[in-house]
Design a protein around this ligand. Structure first.
Ligand code: DC
Length: 251
């Protein structure tokens, strides 16, 4: 009989506030290490986008809670990066507009929404077992036993500048001072909420990206992962017996 052993999991979490470059860094680090990439902010953004689309006030806790029970948010893992689908429909960059960014904090502080997202993220990790996952509660709440936990930080002014450049690249014009004010307000809300607040996870490696080029950030993170968990990374790739297919033949 051929028994296919469960692949050992390997999880790197990247927590930190908005605008530290988490998504870009996580995506590139995942590629560098041969892991998959999970953008959890996109899931909260999708819920906020759907609320706005359906005319639901993002602060109306009961209606937003019902909304996330009613819709299916999942990723298409065949695209790179994985594309987010709501009820099977790809919504692309519509989740990145300033309107959605404004609506997402009350949605993300809704305990029913958080609970649904956390369950869904753990389920994803049980299926996609070699993962870099980014989002402000990934190392602190969702995967506290992750192989490597990283906390990315950067000064608010730098984060605002980066966000403006990102939006401009997508043809969305915004004022930098408005984005800075939004970032400061979002940090305040995200750090002070009761459920899954923005905190630095226990034992996380802190990397301040303010004055480091993105390429150097990726190098630094790769160094951290390899220094902390190179054996676990190799085991997740090849299996503990070094068998590349991680299969165990038994009679
Ligand atoms: O990283 P981002 O800007 O795409 O995140 C969008 C919002 O979702 C932001 O307000 C924080 C929130 N969020 C969260 O509460 N928990 C996560 N794991 C990811 C994002």
């Amino acid at each position: 009989m051929l028994v296919v052993a469960a692949t050992a999991s390997f999880i790197v979490t990247i927590d930190g506030p908005a605008g530290t470059g988490k998504s870009t860094v996580a995506n590139r680090l995942a590629k560098r290490l041969g892991l998959e990439f999970l953008d959890t902010g996109a899931m909260y953004r999708a819920a906020a986008y759907e609320a706005l689309r359906l005319g639901i006030d993002p602060s109306d806790g009961a209606r937003v809670a019902q909304l996330v029970r009613d819709i299916e948010i999942r990723f298409d893992w065949t695209t790179d990066p994985p594309e987010l689908l709501v009820d099977g429909v790809a919504i692309g960059d519509r989740i990145r507009t300033p309107e959605v960014t404004r609506a997402v904090s009350p949605v993300a502080s809704n305990p029913v929404v958080r609970n649904a997202m956390v369950q869904s993220q753990r389920k994803i990790a049980s299926l996609h077992r070699r993962l870099v996952t980014e989002g402000r509660d990934q190392g602190s709440v969702v995967f506290p036993d992750a192989d490597v936990r990283i906390y990315l930080d950067a000064r608010p002014e730098i984060r605002a500048r980066r966000r403006v450049e990102q939006l401009q690249a997508k043809g969305i014009q915004v004022s930098e001072s408005e984005v800075l004010a939004q970032i400061i307000e979002r940090d305040r809300l995200d750090s002070s909420r009761r459920d899954g607040p923005l905190v630095c996870p226990d034992g996380a490696d802190v990397v301040d990206t303010s004055d480091i080029h993105i390429d150097d950030v990726i190098d630094r993170l790769e160094e951290i992962v390899r220094a902390r968990a190179s054996a676990a990374l190799a085991e997740s790739e090849y299996g503990s017996d070094g068998d590349e297919l991680n299969r165990t033949a038994r009679s």
